[in-house]
Design a protein around this ligand. Structure first.
Ligand SMILES: Cc1cc2nc3c(=O)[nH]c(=O)nc-3n(C[C@H](O)[C@H](O)[C@H](O)COP(=O)(O)O)c2cc1C
Length: 182
């Protein structure tokens, strides 16, 4: 059994979107927990029954979010671990410190990492994401396959854009969102 954790506090999160792509191709039974919306003890009891743990989370100030840190304090990992870490910046390297933190917690059980940059674009099924990251969905498929086979895997994805262009598009989209709030 696979225990899956959406580590974002948002109800509709980018992490949840990535997990929805991932679970389409999982062969084993799985349960998805929303870390911020369920009791931590119940989640931990479910993890204990699983043989694989998948955690998708947003990057918060170069680290995993606080509730995930709480889980890590309460439960020393002993499961095969796969993580999907997504950040708002374009460059995937921003996820590196958070991945190191997870690796330390994993007790040498970290089998898979997927580092995602420009999470707000790739996580929204945005047209820009589909055009500028054409292999993203295929990589997610390969990630699911690695979980099915208990294999090691390491992927990263972002947009094929310069930082300047990313800022241009981000500003445009923020303005549009603000206008909708008026
Ligand atoms: C409190 C907070 C801190 C954040 N810190 C970072 C950061 O250090 N680096 C980064 O690239 N993005 C940062 N972000 C952006 C999120 O990682 C990004 O929006 C992500 O796609 C959210 O994923 P989610 O929808 O799964 O929660 C931060 C966002 C918030 C709300």
């Amino acid at each position: 059994m696979i225990s899956i954790i959406d580590g974002s506090p948002k109800k509709t999160s980018n992490s949840a979107y990535f997990l929805s792509l991932l679970t389409k191709n999982l062969k084993d039974d799985y349960i998805v927990h929303k870390l911020y919306h369920e009791k931590l003890d119940d989640i931990i009891n479910n993890i204990k029954k699983a043989d694989t743990l998948v955690i998708a989370f947003p990057l918060y100030v170069d680290a995993p979010p606080s509730k995930l840190l709480e889980l890590m304090e309460k439960y020393p990992n002993d499961k095969n671990l796969y993580i999907i870490c997504n950040c708002g910046f374009l460059e995937v390297k921003h996820n590196d410190i958070a991945v190191k933190i997870m690796e330390t917690w994993s007790n040498h059980h970290l089998l898979g990492t997927f580092k995602i940059g420009a999470g707000e674009v790739l996580g929204n099924n945005h047209l820009l994401g589909k055009i500028l990251s054409p292999f993203f969905r295929y990589k997610m498929f390969r990630f699911s396959r690695a979980i099915n086979k208990h294999q090691s895997i390491s992927f990263s994805s972002s947009l094929l854009l310069t930082k300047k262009m990313y800022m241009f598009f981000a500003n445009k989209s923020f303005k549009k969102r603000l206008e909708n709030y008026k």
